[in-house]
Design a protein around this ligand. Sequence first.
Ligand code: GUN
Length: 292
Amino acid sequence: MELIDGKKVSGDIKKEIAAEVAEMIAAGKKQPHLAAVLVGHDGGSETYVAAKVKACEECGFKSTLIRFEDDVTEEELLATVDKLNGDEDIDGFIVQLPLPKHISEQKVIEAIDYRKDVDGFHPINVGRMSIGLPCFVSATPAGIMELLSRYGINTKGANCVVLGRSNIVGKPVSMLMMQKGNPGNATVTVCHSATKNIKEICRDADIIIAALGSPEFVKEDMVKDGAVIVDVGTTRVPSSVTKSGWKLKGDVDFEHVAPKCSYITPVPGGVGPMTIVSLMKNTLLAAKKIIY
Ligand code: GUN
């Protein structure tokens, strides 16, 4: 069993990005600039956005954080999106999700100029990704593909089971895995809450990508010997041993599943760090203005 070290790979990629940014600046180009909009004080969102700002520093990017309280109106948020769309210094920006219930996430996403949509959530980017055109691919699926690529994992002809059909992970990663390409070219099955016999389907998988948000859902008896497991789960569960009072749990029962695998991503330190670095890659791409 080999552990897929997302922390190490993401560190390597940040260094590659920083080197490219240094070259851009030496050539007289402007510093790439990412803005993040954060509404409210959700613990998870705070943590993710802080990590994104820190990653910007490590990559040599400028970053701007725009904060609103929970009671911000949809109009105010849409006006901010409009301003960021028109701000020439900002190459890309994200609006951290989830948003409060009184704001339509879809409306906000669709208001973002797709050329600055480094989250890859705008329907133009999703549509382009689904037919294999240049676009911003959303960060978690892009990070998963990067890990498979850097570890030289063969996906061609593999039976790949994706657990979960979210717009952020399950749907896009299933499309990327089935597309012609390397990684890609897999035979993909997507399982969700209405799927019958998930256990049997998983047992046949060469690769399982678990993105359900259900801690330790994937058990030992659902995994065949030598399978590759990518665990996207990041559920906060109470813990008496951490200072914060919680720890992250993946969708895979790591202790019992890991010994059966050829490769597996840990939680934390697997897919998580790759998600943030993929956002940095998209920001660099946005700064180069080659997606139009
Ligand atoms: N909330 C959880 N993941 C993400 C993400 O990748 N981007 C944004 N904007 N919000 C999120």
